[in-house]
Every structure is written in C-alpha cells, then in structure tokens.
Design a protein. Structure first.
Lengths: 417, 410, 238
C-alpha cells in the first residue's frame, strides 16, 4: 500500500499542470457552491433574525388567554404572577425580559410640530436593563439615546418620526387605558429615534420604560409578556419544551410560545422562498459536478497509455486501479481543501462586511423583513459535506474510465490517443 | 489543405475527447438557460403579484387620499368614475384597467374581531386583470347584483367559512357614518400572496359602493399600460389628461414611485444579479478548463504537426476552429436541451413542497420559470466565445514549444 | 364678616355632595322617555348631522333609531352593559363587547361605552363638594368625583351642578394623570313635568382642537307607555 501511495503521490507531482488544473476545477466549483449556499442561507437567516431580534424573540411566555387575542393588545389577560416568574427564571439563568405591550393613540400638537396630528401606535414598555439581553434595540438608536429606567422618555421608530415630523426632544402624548379601564394620558419626551431593520416595527412601535408604564397603567406588578432568548444555534423546540416543563406546574395559566407559533405567516412565506433558493443551489451543484467530472475524465483518459504500460510491465490490475483511484482521491483532496479554504475565505469576508444594497429599505407590505445589507451565513454542514463530496466525486468519476481501460486489451491501451 | 476541414476531421477522429468537451459546454449552456428562466420566472412572479394585487403599473387615486392613507378617507374618492373610466380606456396607452374600492371592514365573530381588506371590484374587468378564475379554489364567482363575495383562503380557514356561509362586515362610510353589510360567501380564492389571503374579501363594486354609501365613487383605478408605453409614460399621459379634463384632484403614479412597493423588486433584482455573476464564473471556469485540458492533452500532436511544417499561427487557428466547432455544437445542444426542459416546467411549475419539512402549507411554493429569447441567444454566443478564446492561450503556448520537446511529452 | 362665613358654611353644609348627585340623577333618569334629537359632529374633515328617536326605560335600557337619510334604519339597543347594533344591510346583529365598546358612535365624541354604565355615580365615585362657582351666570355646586371602583372609564370628574335646577351645567372628565380629556357643557336646559333635562349639550374633546359634538333634543315625552318588547333583540331586527 505504501508503494502505491508513493507512486500516486509521485504521479501527481510529476504531472503538476494536470493536477493543478483538475484540482482547480474542483476548487472553483466547491468555492462557488459554498458561497452561494452561504448567501442564500444568509438571506433566510436575516429574515428570521429580524423577526427574532425585533419582534418575537426566540420564545415568549404569555397568559394562555392572551395568546388567542394577542393582536388586540389589551391588558385584560396579563401575567399576574410576574414577580414569582421572575425569580424562577432567574434561578435558571435564562435570558429573559418583561414587557408591557398596549395600544395607544399618539397625539402631537402644533408647535413644535408642523400641525396637530394623531396616530394609533403599538407601545412596548421595556426594561432598559434587561431588554437588550433578549432583543437588540439598543444598537438601533440612530438619534438621541436609548431609554433610561423610570423616565418619561419615549423612543420612536424612524419612519414614524418621519411621518410625524418629530425630532429628539419633542413632546408626545399617549392616550390609552389602564389595566382596569380608566382613561390614561401619558406625556412623554422623545429621547431617541431608532432605525431597526424590521420595517413592521419601525413603522408602528414606540418604546418606553416599563417602570413608567407599570405606574401609569396601574398594572399592580403584572406584565403582558416575557420574552426569552435561546442561543441562535440551539434547538428552539427543545429549549421551549424544557422551559415549558419548568413553568407549567408552577404557573398553570402561562404557556411558552416559540417564534414559529407567534409568527405563522412568516413561516409560510419563508417556505415559499426556499423553493427558489433550492432550485438555484441545485443548478450550481450541477455545473460544479459537471466541471469536476469533465476534467477528471479527461485526466484519466489522457493516461490510458500509461496505464497500459503499467499493465504490460506486469503490475497487478487491482493495484493499478488503486493507484489511479488514489491519485484521483489525491486530486480530490487537494481540490476540496482549496475549495473549502477559498469558499470559507470569501464567506468570511462577506459575513463581516456584508453586501451593501442601500436605498432599498423603505416600507415593505408583503411580509418580507429584510434590510439593506445582505450577509451570507456560515453553514458548516455544507462546508463539510462539500469537502467529502469533492473527494467522492473525484474518485467516483475516475472509477469508470479506469475500469474501461482495465478491460481493454493491453495493446489497445498502448495505442490509445 | 483547408484548415477548417482539418479541424472537422480532427473532431470526428477523436470522438471521445470531442464528446467530453462538447458535453461540458452543452451542460453548462443548458444550466444557464434553465437558471435564467428560473430567475426570470421568480422576477415575473414578484412583479406580477405587485401589479395584480397592489399597485398595477400605474395607480390613479385622489391625491388627498394618499396623504391621509392611514385613516382610509373614503370621501377623498374618485367620483363619477364610470364616465372617467370610459375616457381612460379609450387612451391608446392603456391596456387594462381595474377600478377598485378598498375598505377595511371588521368582522365581529366569536367574541373577537377580524380586520379584513374588503375590495370592491368589477368582476368582468378583474378577470383580465387579476385572472380570478385561476385563483378560485372552490365555489363560484359572485353575482354582481347580489350581496355576495369571495373570501381569501386564510380568512376562510380562520372563520371556518365555506361557500354558502355568510359574513357581516362593519365599516365607516364615506360620510363618516357607520354601516354593516352581510355578504354570502360564494367562493374561496387563494392568491400567491399569503398575507393577502388572510384578509381579503373580494366583492362586486356596486355592492361595496352600497356598503359604504359611496354611489358612483371608487378609491382607486389600477392600470396596466400597453406594451409600447412605459408605466412612467402612461402616468404622464394620464396626468395631463386629468388636468385637461378638469379633474385636478386625481393623480396617476407609476408603480416604481409608489412608496415601498417597488423596493422589494429592486432587492430581488440585485440578489439575482449576484447569483447570475456566480453562475457565469462557474460556467466559464468549466468551459475554460475543459478547453485548456483538450489542448494540453494534445501537445504531442501539436509537436508532430509542427515538425511536419505547420507554423505557429496556423496551429493556433486550427485549434481555435476545433474549439469553435465543438462549442457551436455543444452550445446548440445545450440550449435546445435547456429550452426543452424549461418549457414543460413553465407549464407545470417547480414544486418543492415535499422538501419543506412537513409544515402544513396552504400555498405550495410553486413557481414557473419563464423562457425569454434573450437568454438562450446570449448563452449561445457566450459559450462559443468563451471556449474559442479559451483555446487560444494554451494552443499558443503549446505552439511555441519546440517540436522536439512536444514530441517528448507523454 | 365672621357671620357671613358662618352663613355661607351653613348654606354649604345644608346639602351633601351625595345628595346633590342624587338629585341630579333623578333629573336624568325617567321611568320611560321618548326623545327626538339631533347630533352634530365636527372633526377635522368637516361637519355631519344625524337625527334620531330614542326610547329609554329607567337607566338600563335604551333603544336609538336613526332617522337621518345617511343612517336610515340603523338602530342601537342597549340593555345594561350590552350593546347591539342593527343595520338594514346586515342580516345579523352586531354585538359590541370588550374593547370594541371604546369606539365612538358615528364618529362623535360619545363612545358605545358612554352609552352603558349605570347612573349610580355614588357607588363608583367618592363625591366631594368643593364649593359654589358661577357657570354661565348661574351658581353651581362644584362636585369633585374621584373613582373608587375600577369599572368606570373616567377616574376623575368635576361637575358643576346648577344650585336651583340640579342639572349639570358643565362636566370635566379627566385621565388618571389628571389631564382634561372631555368637556361637557349644557348650553340649554328645559323642564318637562317635574324634571329638568339638558336640551342642548356640547361635548368637546379637549385633546383635539377641532373635535366636538352637539346633542340637541327637539322633542321629548316622558313617563309614557312603551310597547312591551321594544327593548328586545327581536324587535331590533324589524
């Protein structure tokens, strides 16, 4: 075996040009396959990320009754036992944050605004300390600053601010109802304006500190939801199940809902887009395989005479075949290595820098949630599979012509062109 | 001896090699054609959905409606529209029209309320515009004289609706009063836009006019312009038409200027451009690679003919012609194969529902590749170009090697 | 000087806040009533007039039938805290519940919620008499109502009740933070039998400049006999 290996190796280095060209064909094919896959996955992930980072978090703990009517944003079915829940979750070292979400009418008046105006908004009262461990709003503030605990400050989405001609420092008034139904007015000052990549949120949501809302809305310590974050690579359903077992017994009214349950319309949309992505990937794969096979075949056929000579010299058929296949494997190995190295490099570059597609981000009413910068996403399984596939394809492709050559008369082999 | 005859004979003599390199080019060409059709299909799907259901290619509205859009101000409507519509349809730049009324109606049921988008349409015109027959999945079209309507599949599922069931919608009327209207659902429709299916109620125009007490008025007219007029051009024509017919309150906006809708098309376009670049690189490397291999493989042959007296330039031209012919045949074969595969796919669509991890999907993610004459043509010339040029370098290199060296190569 | 204060105090202590409100409520509630009225709504888009005939029994049942052409045939039935809407073009009644009650009736400054709710203000509010003030040239008891139960929309109201007629001339309704939300002014009062009723009322939205509603009573009959099933769902669908 060692002899064959060294023979194979010597051959590879002797016919450097052939080896390099073939290995390159393989490398290029794999590189582009890996990159395309990463790009398409990145797009998928980004939509998902926009949903999870800014709307649903990985999962939410809600009162069961609240879930059914969650679109109505009422305060009638909150999580009353929040303090106890808070303690339980803290012991588990989970990343969680409470929110009080309600609907309100936002009123602005002439001076400093250009005129009087009113708009229905979704108001999310968040905890400035813990919200960022679950959501990512702090980094989206583009003007002014993020919220501080207990203040009468409000954060406006940039598109909302634009529609109202609002600026940092301007006053707004929210008209809403307390938990028991009293009319309530909350006078706030805009402390910051945020621009997050999720257009739904940008257009309709304002943020204020949860302690202020707790007081103004007379919540008596209740909150409407608790957002929980699971690590991005974790199995969401399993984590949710674990959480469920934890809280179901102690809090029979509460239930854990994963982001998939919270945004079923997004799932439908994503599935549709996947069809397109998979087709494209398949086509890339076809070309890559063709490229590899072609070059490989040519390389083998080129050496039929050599093979004939080895047979004529009395080398064992099986050993000859093994040599050739080892060479093919060798080329495959070099090519695959090069391919995944290059593919990873390109992916790494764009993961960090993104592909900028500015000026496309306004208003999207059709359910897509994406922003202006496209980023590929690491897909390690694809990289590993590509590596193995590269070697297998090379060997597989080399197999047929080698066998053909073995079956030919030695003389024929020697005469081969 | 004529060079091209030599080239042709060489190709025939070394069938294996020719087939190998020819098929590489053929497959690359085929994949290109398919891929472009897929991309074109996806793009058309996107713009189609946009123009059919949301914006048309040009959208006519009362200018003050847009300013106050969130309040759905029905009183800023297009009044006396039938007269206007006739005149608009007479313009040569107009291909199809869709007069519509959009009403956010609320359904109160089971202790909760559902916000719907009730769209009043002219079903005769809409059949051309939206192609309702193709999206009707059960039941039949409503009778325009009756209080009947179609419901979106998502909405039907939520409310457990079937043809024959009744729904009652409540809304503000044109004069800021309130009204409620009961419709009998005669059929269920399923558009490719999922978000629409969970909200859409499609009802006859006159019925919705009665619902919101807006006789003779509608909220918008969507236009598909004729093939020789761009949406911008048509919008311009319409704008001048409005000023000259004393309807200054109306605006005609081409779809790419309607806030928000077009950007998604632009994003899709850029994504597809990137993917197209990737394909080109890949395809080119395959073709180049193959061609180069072919030439290098025949270094001894080159040495022989060189020794026999053929000089460098001729050798290069010979190999060029060989590569050219192979590319010609391969390209042609590939393109025909590509077209052959795309045509049935464009009828039946590509359905990946089985690959979707078992979600219960109401809409199967089917899309239809669209064949465009441009792509096969471009692919044809491109494949030939690339491989011919690819042959130049190696053959030039090889021709320069001393015949003796070349003959010694194994 | 001191004597005057004593007299003033004596006058004040002669009646309690609760009693004032009781007398007010007695004026507002009739055993039965039939009212022909008109509502004019003004908002940033313009003015809108609606006419109606309403029937009431006690403080828990009301039937409003609209007579203006735009609302022809529409009816609102209120039984205790339930509201049902009838529209001629709808084949079923629409029941307004929960948060839907907070919507305004025909775009006016009155919500469906305002139609419900008992008149027993004593139960839901703590009432304090803060003295006498003049409104429109007439002396009124200024009563401050602070909610003690959580089932009312306004946690604080101030009512200026006419000293002689025991009908409010002005009511201010506040949010929990103390911001003025609505201002109700009675522009004209009339007598019927032994009771006083507001014949022209103006409701202003204090948060929005151009928003106001005027209710005027064109004709009123009280203590009449009403058909038996008038406040029933079946009647509503006729």
């Amino acid at each position: 075996m060692k002899f064959l290996l060294s023979l194979a190796w010597k051959n590879l280095s002797r016919y450097r040009r052939r080896t390099i060209i073939t290995a390159c064909a393989l490398a290029v094919g794999l590189t582009l396959f890996i990159f395309t896959d990463a790009l398409l996955k990145g797009m998928e992930k980004e939509s998902e990320r926009n949903l999870i980072w800014y709307e649903t978090s990985s999962a939410k703990i809600l009162n069961r009754e609240y879930f059914n009517d969650r679109k109505l944003l009422t305060l009638t079915d909150p999580i009353n036992e929040y303090q106890a829940l808070h303690n339980v979750l803290r012991e588990e070292s989970a990343d969680f944050t409470p929110r009080i979400v309600f609907s309100a009418e936002l009123l602005v008046y002439e001076d400093p605004y250009p005129g009087d105006g009113s708009l229905m908004v979704k108001a999310a009262a968040v905890s400035p300390e813990s919200d960022d461990s679950v959501y990512r709003f702090q980094e989206t503030v583009t003007e002014g600053r993020y919220l501080e605990k207990g203040e009468d400050g409000i954060l406006l989405g940039s598109w909302l601010a634009e529609d109202l001609h609002a600026e940092v420092g301007y006053p707004v008034t929210l008209v809403t109802r307390t938990k028991s139904g009293y009319y309530q007015t909350i006078d706030m000052e805009i402390v910051g304006i945020y621009t997050c990549p999720n257009p739904y949120v940008n257009r309709s949501t304002v943020f204020l500190p949860i302690s202020s809302a707790m007081e103004y809305l007379e919540m008596d310590g209740s909150v409407t939801e608790v957002g929980v974050k699971f690590p991005m690579t974790a199995d969401i359903d399993k984590e949710a199940e674990d959480l469920r077992t934890l809280i179901n017994d102690i809090f029979p009214d509460l239930e854990v809902y994963t982001w998939k349950e919270l945004a079923p319309d997004y799932i439908q949309l994503a599935a549709g887009k996947q069809a397109g992505s998979k087709t494209i990937l398949l086509l890339v794969l076809i070309i890559a395989v063709v490229g590899i096979s072609n070059t490989m075949l040519m390389a083998i056929y080129e050496r039929v005479r050599e093979l004939g000579m080895m047979r004529a010299l009395g080398m064992d058929d099986r050993k000859i075949r093994r040599t050739f296949l080892l060479e093919a494997a060798g080329i495959g190995f070099i090519g695959s290595l090069l391919g995944i190295a290059l593919g990873s490099l390109i992916t790494w570059y764009f993961v960090n820098n993104g592909i900028d597609m500015t000026a496309f981000t306004r208003n999207m009413d059709i359910g897509y949630r994406t922003s202006g910068i496209m980023r590929p996403a690491w897909n390690f399984s694809t990289i590993i599979i590509s590596f193995i596939a590269g070697i297998l394809i090379s060997v597989g492709v080399a197999f047929v012509p080698t066998r053909r050559a073995m079956k030919m008369e030695i003389a024929e082999c020697l005469r081969h062109q | 001896m004529k060079l091209w005859k030599m080239a042709a004979r060489n190709i025939g003599r070394n069938r294996r090699r020719s087939i190998l390199s020819g098929s590489a080019i053929a497959i690359a060409a085929m994949v290109f054609v398919i891929m472009f059709s897929v991309v074109e299909g996806l793009k058309i799907d996107l713009t189609d959905n946009l123009t059919k259901y949301f914006t048309g290619q040009v959208r006519i509205r009362n200018s003050q409606y847009d300013e106050n859009e969130e309040l759905n101000p029905l009183f800023y409507n297009i009044s006396d529209f039938s007269n206007l519509l006739e005149k608009i349809e007479a313009l040569p730049e107009i291909d199809r029209t869709s007069p519509r009324i959009q009403v956010p109606g609320v359904i109160f049921k089971n202790d909760t309320n559902y916000t719907t988008l009730c769209m009043g349409v002219d079903f005769t015109r809409e059949n051309d515009f939206m192609d309702i027959d193709s999206i009707l999945i059960s039941g039949a079209l409503p009778d325009e004289q009756e209080k009947q309507a179609l419901a979106g599949s998502g909405l039907a599922e939520q409310l457990d609706l079937e043809p024959g069931d009744k729904i009652t919608l409540m809304s503000k009327t044109m004069n800021r009063g309130t009204n409620a209207y009961t419709f009998t659902v005669t059929g269920i429709i399923q558009t490719p836009v999922h978000g629409l299916n969970t909200k859409l109620i499609l009802a006859p125009l006159e019925q919705v006019q009665k619902f919101v007490k807006m006789p003779g008025g509608i909220t918008e007219i969507l236009i598909i312009s004729s093939k020789d007029s761009s949406p911008e051009n048509t919008a311009g024509i319409l704008s001048s038409f409005f000023s000259s017919s004393n309807r200054p309150e109306l605006t005609a906006v081409p779809w790419n200027e309607i806030e928000g809708s077009y950007s998604i098309v632009e994003i899709a376009n850029s994504v597809y451009s990137i993917i197209a670049v990737i394909f080109f690189i890949l395809g080119s490397t395959v073709i180049v690679n193959t061609t180069m291999m072919v030439v290098y493989e025949r270094i001894r042959e080159i040495g022989t003919i060189s020794a026999l007296g053929m000089y460098g330039g001729e050798i290069v031209r010979l190999f060029f012609l060989e590569a050219f012919f192979i590319a010609l045949l391969g390209s042609l074969a590939g393109i025909l194969l590509g077209i052959g595969i795309t045509i049935p796919l464009s009828h039946f669509g590509i359905d990946f529902s089985r690959a979707m991890e078992g979600f219960t999907l109401e809409v199967s993610p089917v899309f239809y590749p669209a064949l465009d004459l441009r792509s096969p043509l471009t692919t044809f010339f491109y494949a030939i170009g690339v491989s011919s040029i690819a042959s130049l370098f190696p053959s030039w290199r090889s021709a320069r090697i001393q015949p003796v060296e070349a003959l010694r190569t194994v | 000087m001191i004597a005057l204060i004593f007299t003033a105090c004596a006058a004040l202590h002669a009646i309690t806040a609760d009693e004032i409100i009781e007398k007010l409520e007695r004026n507002l509630v009739h055993s039965t009533a039939r009212i022909e009225g008109e509502m004019t709504v003004q908002d940033r888009f313009g003015e809108k007039r609606t006419t109606f005939i309403s029937f009431a029994e006690g403080e828990s049942k009301t039937l409003i039938e609209f007579t203006s052409p735009e609302e022809e045939g529409q009816k609102i039935l209120r039984i205790d805290d339930d509201i049902y809407l009838f529209f001629p073009d709808a084949e079923e009644l629409i029941r307004m519940q929960g948060s839907a009650l907070r919507q305004s009736v025909l775009g006016s400054d009155m919500s469906y919620e305002d139609l419900t709710g008992g008149r027993e203000m004593k139960d839901s509010y703590n009432i304090v008499l803060e003295g006498i003030e003049t409104v429109d040239g007439k002396e009124c008891y200024k009563c401050v109502l602070t909610a003690v139960k959580r089932n009312v929309p306004y946690p604080k109201q101030i009512m200026w009740v006419d000293k002689d007629l025991f009908m409010y001339r002005k009511v201010e309704q506040y949010s929990l933070s103390g911001r003025l939300l609505k201002e109700v002014s009675v522009l004209e009062m009339k007598r019927i039998n032994s009771k006083v009723f507001p014949s022209r009322t103006l409701i202003k939205d204090a948060m929005k400049k151009k928003s106001q509603t005027v209710f005027s009573v064109e004709a009123i009959q009280v203590d009449i006999s009403l058909p038996e099933d008038i406040f029933s769902l079946e009647e509503l669908t006729w």
